[in-house]
Design a binder for this molecule. Structure first.
Ligand code: UTP
Length: 404
């Protein structure tokens, strides 16, 4: 196959150093398809200005004390929702986990010490606690990427779905986008393929629809989706108290949040942006905002998100056509150099283009920030050692009485 005229022109006008030598050659069909589907406007984002933000204002969280007082009321609303079949859960497992440096899907990582305890297994255990209390299954939709889809499916199959009901598990695959070097040259990972990476965790709902899972949700009567990250091993999934609080509040979405350890903790905080729920990044806070507190001393921008959201399916359907902002992030991406050698960089060498689930919150009319205890619900496995690492997550699992 030869490149079509539009692709040739784009390659030439953007000076693609790895692709210009291929212009007059026969190229594999896969590569041709990737080039035809390429969104060239991404290249403009590299040197573009950061996303413009609106006016920030605080958004009050439902705090632990209030949740404690109304716990039983919320729990019974949440359990009813699960029993009625209104709840679904979405596990975001399409990331590459480059910081952890594990070459398989992150959920396949063994967090156990004296026994095997895979991240996927621990998450399923957490969900099973709820489904056995409710006496009803929660449909679990698992997002993978082309890079880890087959191994993830096989892993679940091999382990008999860790005791979950197979009929309530569906896998779907997210989209991929090419990565570029810091000068904007599209990278190739082999002679057949561009260096493709998953397109971020923001496209999950569109990918569910592309996979036909809107039909599955309709058949099952799913009205709410609890979306969560693969890498928090203390993740409470389909938590009836959280579900009940969001339903009782009349909000169309909710976000679990933890109290920041300091005003300057490097975590995105729930807020309002031009009157809409949103997340302000730590580097976007002025010191005045970071330190602002109410009469009780609670920080006004003091509740950080932990990637555990609840969305009403109707609200998601209303925004599914809207475009999310694309973020440019630096990552380590293996690539073929000009002499055709495969390079595996030790440091970030490339930009990836990602949409993020946190930007979906801004598309919602309202959102309930729901406080949870950090030590009980937040044990992220991002790095091999140090903060948010395998070590720190193991400590937290032990503190919560989980045998590892
Ligand atoms: P992270 O932001 O930690 O990204 O993902 P990552 O790719 O897994 O890890 P690093 O940054 O390379 O180390 C947060 C959550 O979003 C999912 C991840 O699997 C994790 O559950 N995610 C991320 C996706 O499902 N798809 C993506 O394209 C990116």
């Amino acid at each position: 196959m030869q490149m079509n005229q539009i692709v040739r022109e784009k390659i030439q006008s953007t000076g693609q150093k790895y692709l210009i030598p291929l212009i007059d050659k026969e190229i594999p069909e896969k590569l041709e398809n990737q080039l035809e589907q390429m969104d060239w406007s991404c290249l403009d984002l590299i040197h573009g200005k950061p996303q413009e933000r609106g006016n920030f204002a605080p958004l009050r969280a439902m705090e632990l004390s209030e949740i404690q007082e109304r716990k039983e009321e919320f729990r019974s609303i949440g359990l009813k929702a699960i029993r009625e079949g209104w709840m679904g859960a979405v596990l975001l497992a399409g990331g590459q986990g480059t910081r952890l440096g594990f070459d398989k899907a992150k959920g396949m990582f063994n967090i156990g010490v004296h026994k095997n305890l895979y991240i996927f297994e621990q998450l399923i255990q957490n969900l099973l606690q709820v489904t056995s209390e409710a006496g009803a299954w929660v449909p679990l939709y698992i997002m993978t990427s082309d890079k880890n889809d087959a191994q993830t499916r096989e892993f679940f199959e091999e382990h008999d779905y860790f005791g979950y009901n197979r009929d309530y598990i569906r896998f779907f695959v997210q989209k991929m986008v090419p990565a570029v070097d810091f000068e904007g040259n599209i990278l190739m990972e082999s002679e057949e393929s561009l260096a493709m990476s998953p397109n971020g965790n923001g496209g999950w709902f569109q990918s569910m629809i592309s996979a036909g899972l809107d039909q599955d949700m309709k058949e099952k009567g799913v009205e709410w989706l609890n979306v969560f990250a693969v890498d928090n091993v203390l993740q409470r999934i389909a938590d009836p108290v959280f579900i009940g609080a969001v339903i009782a509040s009349g909000c169309v979405s909710g976000s679990k949040v933890v109290r920041k350890v300091s005003p300057y903790e490097r975590v995105g905080a729930m807020c309002l942006e031009d009157g809409k729920p949103s997340i302000v990044e730590y580097y976007e806070l002025t010191s005045e905002m970071a330190e602002a507190a109410d009469e009780k001393g609670t920080l006004l921008y003091g509740f950080g998100v932990i990637l555990n959201y609840l969305f009403s399916v109707d609200a998601l359907m209303n925004v599914v056509q809207k475009k999310l902002p694309v973020h440019v992030v630096q990552k380590k991406v293996p690539y073929l150099d000009e002499s055709g050698e495969l390079q595996k960089p030790e440091e970030p060498n490339a930009y990836k283009f990602e949409t993020l689930i946190l930007d979906m919150v801004y598309m919602m009319d309202n959102c309930l920030p729901f406080e949870v205890e950090r030590e009980r619900e937040f044990a992220p496995v991002k790095n091999a050692v140090g903060t948010d690492s395998v070590e720190s997550a193991r400590e937290l699992l032990k503190k919560n009485g989980i045998m590892i």
